[in-house]
Design a protein around this ligand. Structure first.
Ligand SMILES: C[S@@+](CC[C@H](N)C(=O)[O-])C[C@H]1O[C@@H](n2cnc3c(N)ncnc32)[C@H](O)[C@@H]1O
Length: 206
């Protein structure tokens, strides 16, 4: 686990703060949307890892995507997203799980993770994450991973993070993940500060 009690941390964070009171809030989930649309079609199965209460699922639904899975450690985060989207939407599967211990039961065309992987600051946690990624992603499917960049903040939500550039992210994922796109992105928090993100798009070539 990435800190002493991450579940308690995330549950209390989402219980205490409104959607746009957290640094990672985005009204418009870019560049994730643009990157997904470059490598997927509306029939693609997409999973958002550590999705929190992100509006990415809403935006993909609006674009006709019909096989979405939203996974997060925090049931409070998913409750907020469900309250907004409606939990009867049969195009979305909601999963409350720790991605490092989750047992995937199917495969996906796209694995998206914005600002969850970077909380895994130990080698065993990263290995456990990558094992799930390799089980859950279809061969030639794509992983989109976004972390704080090397010049980004050292902490996120008060927790320490690992920061990456394009090369170190590719090295961490390993040889089975071919880098097909990289992009830096300056995220502007709801209070106007800037956070440097590194996005990587990888094709899984097992
Ligand atoms: C900084 S927030 C980003 C949320 C969302 N991806 C976004 O961009 O708006 C990090 C999210 O990762 C989730 N998270 C952290 N560690 C996790 C883990 N081990 N398994 C699943 N989710 C995790 C947290 O609950 C939180 O919702």
């Amino acid at each position: 686990m990435q800190s002493k009690d991450p579940l308690a941390h995330w549950q209390s964070t989402y219980a205490a703060k409104g959607e746009d009171e957290v640094s990672w809030f985005q009204d418009n989930p870019e560049p994730s949307l643009a990157l997904i649309e470059e490598i997927a079609t509306p029939s693609s199965a997409v999973i958002d890892i550590g999705a929190g209460a992100s509006r990415l699922a809403d935006a993909l639904l609006q674009r006709g995507f019909s096989d979405l899975t939203v996974l997060d450690l925090s049931s409070s985060a998913l409750a907020a997203a469900k309250a907004r989207i409606g939990d009867s939407d049969d195009h979305i599967t909601w999963i409350v799980a720790d991605v490092t211990t989750w047992e995937p039961t199917r495969t996906y065309d796209v694995w998206h993770d914005r600002a969850a992987f970077h909380f895994l600051i130990t080698e065993p946690d990263r290995k456990a994450y990558l094992a799930r990624l390799e089980r859950a992603l279809k061969p030639r499917g794509h992983a989109i991973i976004a972390t704080f960049a090397l010049d980004g903040p050292e902490r996120c939500s008060g927790l320490p993070v690992m920061r990456y550039d394009a090369d170190s992210l590719a090295r961490t994922l390993g040889a089975a993940f071919l880098s097909v796109n990289t992009r830096r992105h300056d995220h502007v928090t709801p209070w106007g500060t800037s956070q440097a993100f590194q996005f990587g798009v990888f094709r899984y070539e097992p």
